[in-house]
Design a protein around this ligand. Structure first.
Ligand code: NCD
Length: 356
């Protein structure tokens, strides 16, 4: 079930993306394809300045004044603590209040109210909805509903079924940008391998789409036959003319890549335990693999991990997954500031206090 109304589902994607804008700026954040290179560079810069400003007592106090009059609802009906807390802290840095809905079974859904009616009701108490949902179209549908009501509030997706996880992709881009900033062309020309369940991994789908904003990026999808990338991502990559390969053997690429992005089996989306028949051990990243990687390559993982990422890699200088998480908090704060049009005030403050 996509959760989308037929009207919306029948529109071309380009038009659906336009519906998420307001005054030529991103208003709702639902798809990776809403971002272009300029916005990505801008958000990364804002995140870096924001994290520096937040280090001083004065700076932290200033940030808290930016959105002290706003409040967010975190509507997270799929399991989450990492992304949830990262958004909570992002709101707090900007002085925003927040409340949470984690379990709609405690709401009037038990009285027969539809979920979308519930969200509409709750939205009237808040200025922002941050949403994680198992149905891939539900956040988009909420955004569309917001556009039709008298008091629209922006919707930011924190994960939409197997489809997309746009803010994870932003933090992954931010991590790549920071990891490779010493290179003349940064992310451009990088070779990145996605490994594991690239069929259902929403972080893979969103990041692959953002990477299309950078010239000469090459991708490898290392996955079991049953969990290869889905046709719509393949069609996107072909349209974007992105150079990519698909393989079942990580040894083919491990020595050449600049980054390997490991993912766990997304078996919560199994229809009938089909994952159990797959030998996933061939898609575990071992210490031995990492020792064969280039010395300036990096290892990424959206976390949580299971056995696919050996904990002995954690102390290797190439392990970047714990930093990814902290980067996520900053880029989410930058994104919220951007959606509420206060990002220029952060850059001004930084310019005045840090650029002597
Ligand atoms: C990911 C997700 O929820 O898609 N987690 C996260 O938000 N960092 C990855 C996963 O659950 O495997």
């Amino acid at each position: 079930m996509s959760g989308l109304s037929e009207d919306l589902a029948s529109l071309p994607l380009r038009e659906r993306l336009t519906l998420l804008m307001n005054n030529e700026k991103i208003f709702h954040v639902i798809f990776a394809q809403q971002f272009d290179r300029d916005v990505l560079d801008f958000l990364c810069r804002t995140a870096t300045q924001l994290r520096k400003v937040a280090k001083s007592v004065e700076g932290a106090k200033f940030l808290q004044t930016l959105l002290g009059h706003k409040s967010a609802m975190l509507y997270f009906t799929q399991p989450s603590t990492r992304t949830f807390l990262s958004f909570v802290r992002a709101c707090q840095y900007l002085g925003m209040n927040y409340s949470e809905v984690r379990d709609p079974r405690t709401s009037s859904m038990v009285k027969g109210e539809s979920e979308i009616d519930g969200v509409r009701t709750f939205s009237s108490y808040f200025d922002l909805i941050i949403m994680r949902h198992r149905e891939k179209g539900f956040a988009e549908r909420t955004a569309h509903l917001m556009n039709q009501i008298a008091r629209p509030v922006p919707v930011i997706s924190g994960g939409a079924g197997t489809d997309e996880h746009p803010t994870q992709a932003l933090l992954d881009i931010y991590t790549l940008q920071r990891s490779f900033e010493a290179r003349p062309n940064g992310i451009e020309g990088l070779y990145l391998a996605f490994m594991g369940d690239v069929a259902r991994g929403r972080t893979v789908r969103s990041l692959a789409q953002l990477l299309a904003c950078y010239p000469d990026v090459r991708l490898a999808f290392v996955a079991p036959e049953e969990l290869r990338i889905r046709d719509n991502l393949r069609a996107f990559l072909d349209r974007a003319d992105l150079d990519y390969i698909e393989t079942e053997d990580v040894n083919e690429v491990i020595e050449d890549v600049d980054a390997v992005y490991v993912t766990r089996m997304q078996d919560e989306y199994d229809v009938d335990h089909e994952s159990e028949a797959i030998d996933y051990t061939r898609f575990h990243l071992t210490l031995e693999h990492v020792q064969r990687m280039k010395s300036d390559a990096i290892v990424m993982h959206p976390l949580p991990r299971r056995e696919e990422l050996d904990p002995r890699i954690d102390t290797d200088h190439r392990a970047m997954y714990w930093r990814q998480e902290r980067n996520g908090m900053w880029i989410r704060a930058a994104l919220i500031a951007y959606v509420f049009n206060v990002e220029a005030r952060i850059l001004d403050y930084y310019g005045t206090h840090y650029n002597y």
